[in-house]
Design a protein around this ligand. Structure first.
Ligand code: FAD
Length: 480
């Protein structure tokens, strides 16, 4: 157990109202969502975040050289992110996120041939039929093969344990999908959403994207994005909302140690400044690679904590390019067989006050193993050269600025077997609960998963609280 270096400060126990108190540590979306649910239910909530602002892996920052406000990476949503979208409504930030009324994704090959994945107003899955028939990156024979695979996808039970053990690539191969179809269609849908190559992800998670995204309804696959820098589109409205609910938000305050007794009950937590905080319950919403470091003693040896060492992360690298003139049309597109992957037109998306005719683009490279360790200028050169190939207008333009943002631990990996190591919100400790997009939400590493995990943790807190007060009441009754 950590040495107690200062007297305990009790977090907001409110004797008059008998409110129960909760400390949530980790101020990403998971911690924000857990805090919101608990505060809405009348809990006395303190949210502790190590960094100077809320948002976690969803943040923006002023780039020191140019002063431009950049995101840590392009974030997109899809219509299936129903919890996130409802949460954005709650915090009055929904208007800062665009969502397509119908799916429309431009997919180019390196010869600038366009194929469009789009939806029309028709029942599901007919709404995708015209796009499928006209998609120029697949031949007719390929399309017949895809149709057969889609029928299998609609029928297969992705909870089958076998599907957690194999890759989606192998599953697609077993359904007669040649590499051309895999790279020209399936990987377009998978690489960005799971932040890994389709050859690496489990069949169960690959099928989740197709079943709950592509095939679940008319709107589930519609793509959206923030129309303001991420701090404005999420962190600030979230903090305002929490404070309105009466939650105490403390930023710049890192939890150094979670102090437990021999039964794993949390006694208090020690902060970076050496002081201790106490509450009735604790919700951890820190990343899975941070959590084990916060424990010593029996909690560190629990199955929940030990299994976390089996989870892995995958990197994303973004290049923010500024051209002296427009080089792309439309708001975003995917480029096949290219290091570019997804290219977003920031000038159009943000309605930027960019000078004159300039155009700002954000190039988002998922599963960026090849680039995460190379020097930023080298990556910027690779991307700028590739832009010349894929976007002919870039050949006449001058690249005014290129900023590279690397996020090594961007998302957890949905490799085969990973789902088995994702814990639920309850732990071996009676008063410690877990949130985080990496917990067992059924979703990959996304903002939607983070929100669901926060709600799951808050529900677990409240239901264990109900059981506690019920057994206390029964105990009191039997003494009469
Ligand atoms: C570049 C990039 C692009 C992405 N693109 C998308 C996308 O397009 N769509 C999508 O849905 N998702 C995307 N994601 C993933 C998404 O951002 C994450 O899944 C989600 O934000 C995770 O939220 P979280 O609250 O679970 O964890 P985090 O956001 O990591 O929050 C954990 C918080 O805990 C804090 N913390 C850590 N240690 C301590 C401590 N000791 N004490 C107190 N606080 C602590 C951290 O500072 C952090 O704020 C992307 C991620 C990155 C990095």
């Amino acid at each position: 157990m950590a040495e107690v270096t200062a007297p305990d400060r009790s977090v907001g126990l409110h004797p008059a109202a008998q409110r129960r108190s909760a400390i949530v540590f980790g101020g990403g979306l998971a911690g924000i969502a857990a805090s919101a649910r608990l505060a809405e239910a009348g809990w006395d909530v303190t949210l502790l975040e190590a960094r100077s602002a809320l948002g976690g892996r969803v943040f923006s920052f002023p780039e020191p050289r140019s002063g431009r406000i950049l995101d840590n990476g392009q974030h997109i949503i899809v219509g299936a992110c129903t919890n996130l979208i409802a949460f954005l409504e709650e915090i009055e930030a929904r208007h800062l996120w665009y969502l397509q009324p119908k799916l429309d994704v431009a997919v180019y090959d390196r010869r600038q041939r366009l194929g469009r994945l789009y939806g029309i107003s028709a029942p599901n899955p007919i709404h995708l039929l015209p796009a499928f028939l006209s998609y120029s990156h697949l031949g007719w024979l390929d399309k017949a093969k895809v149709a057969r695979a889609i029928i299998s996808m609609m029928r297969v039970n992705r909870q089958d344990p076998e599907l957690e053990n194999m890759t989606f690539y192998d599953w697609l191969k077993s359904r007669g999908q040649p590499d051309r179809i895999v790279s020209n269609l399936w990987n377009v849908l998978i690489e960005g959403t799971l932040n890994d190559n389709i050859r690496e992800v489990s069949a169960s998670m690959g099928l989740m994207i197709i079943q709950d995204g592509l095939l679940a309804g008319q709107r589930t696959i519609n793509v959206g994005y923030p129309t303001a820098p991420l701090n404005d589109a999420l962190a600030r409205p979230a903090q305002t909302y929490l404070e309105k609910l009466g939650a105490k938000v403390i930023t710049g305050s890192s939890v150094r140690c979670v102090n437990t007794d021999s039964n794993c009950r949390v006694q208090n937590i020690t902060l970076g400044d050496g002081s201790n905080l106490h509450a009735d319950v604790y919700v951890s919403a820190v990343p899975f690679w941070t959590l084990p470091r916060l424990f010593s003693g029996p909690m560190a040896e629990t199955a929940t904590v030990r299994r976390l060492s089996n989870l892995e992360t995958s990197p994303i690298v973004n290049a923010y390019l500024l051209y002296d003139r427009p080089v792309m049309a439309g708001d975003f597109c995917y480029v096949l067989d290219s290091p570019l992957q997804w290219v977003f037109n920031s000038t159009l998306i943000y309605g930027d006050e960019i000078q004159g005719n300039q155009q700002a683009l954000s190039v988002s490279v998922s599963a960026a193993w090849e680039y995460i360790d190379i020097e930023r200028p080298r990556f910027a050169d690779t991307i700028a050269n590739e832009m010349l190939e894929a976007f002919p207008k870039a050949r006449d333009a001058t690249l005014l600025d290129a900023v590279v943002v690397k996020q090594r631990n961007a998302t957890f990996r949905c490799v085969p077997g990973a789902n088995r190591f994702r814990p639920g919100p309850r732990t071996e400790s009676p008063n410690l609960f877990l949130a985080g997009e990496w917990t067992n939400t059924g979703w990959p590493s996304t903002m939607e998963s983070a929100v669901i995990s926060g709600y799951n943790a808050a529900e677990a807190v409240m239901s264990s609280e109900q059981s506690r007060s019920k057994s206390e009441n029964q105990g009191a009754g039997s003494m009469v």
